[in-house]
Design a protein around this ligand. Structure first.
Ligand code: SF4
Length: 245
């Protein structure tokens, strides 16, 4: 089920009856020429420290159980993290911080995420990104965000029966949530749109709660803008809102 155009993305995503088919369809997507070129180029040139590894070099599906109450919405895979290992937030410092926090919160069975076959399992939590391919400089173009949106919308639709709270990692993910609210829940976003801040909480009746959290990027965690304590607070709130506390 190759997707070569935004129209094919929309058709294939909309027709996916479950996460298994959706996940497979995402990995066979070639709809964004710039990102297709970039993900493949990175997979060939590699980072020196990973030169003996075979990079995934493709889009990334979500990770976590289909009956998750908590969703973590990121921006896009990292060039030498998820784009290398084939699993979101796996094999880079962002993932180190995120999965350590999920483990402390009791939502992951181990604190590290180094490879797709390392035994990591999440409970109550599914992680996915607004854009499924690694972008240059971690900056997807608006057209790429829009082309990829049907994968996100379908994923949320499929986990909607259990989903209670969404943690948006950063302003890009926060902004990507409003179209989901409309497309998946037929709900209007608040006007004016709530501004992204760390700790922001938006509750729209009929939809899951939305929590803002600074992205787990090295830029934020190395500088202390986002600390483990702050992450623990976010996931504690998420569990409470999801009825898991
Ligand atoms: S970013 Fe999304 S729509 Fe674009 S090629 Fe990757 S998976 Fe397909």
């Amino acid at each position: 089920m190759l997707s070569r155009t935004p129209e094919e993305v929309a058709a294939h995503a909309g027709a996916a009856p479950g996460l298994t088919v959706l996940d497979a369809g995402i990995t066979e997507c070639f709809a964004c020429p710039r990102l297709v070129t970039w993900r493949a180029e990175v997979a060939v040139t590699k980072r020196a420290s990973f030169r003996d590894q075979t990079y995934w070099g493709r889009p990334l599906p979500g990770f976590g159980p289909a009956d998750a109450e908590i969703a973590i919405l990121g921006l896009a895979p990292a060039a030498h993290g998820g784009n290398r290992t084939g699993r979101i937030f796996t094999g880079d410092r962002s993932g180190d911080v995120l999965f350590a926090a999920l483990h402390r919160a009791g939502l992951a069975n181990q604190p590290t995420s180094v490879s797709a076959d390392d035994g990591l399992a999440l409970t109550h939590t599914r992680i996915f990104a607004a854009v499924r391919c690694a972008p240059p400089d971690n900056k997807p173009l608006p057209v790429e965000r829009d082309s990829c949106a049907p994968w996100l919308h379908r994923e949320v639709t499929l986990i909607r029966p259990t989903l209670r709270v969404v943690v948006a990692l950063g302003a890009f993910a926060w902004a990507a949530w409003w179209p989901v609210l409309k497309q998946v829940y037929a709900l209007k976003a608040p006007v004016p749109r709530p501004v992204f801040t760390h700790g922001a909480h938006v509750s729209v009746p009929g939809g899951p709660d939305l929590l803002g959290c600074y992205h787990v990027s090295q830029q934020n965690t190395f500088t202390g803008r986002l600390t483990p304590v702050m992450l623990d607070e976010v996931f504690s709130r998420a569990k409470g809102l999801a009825g898991l506390a």
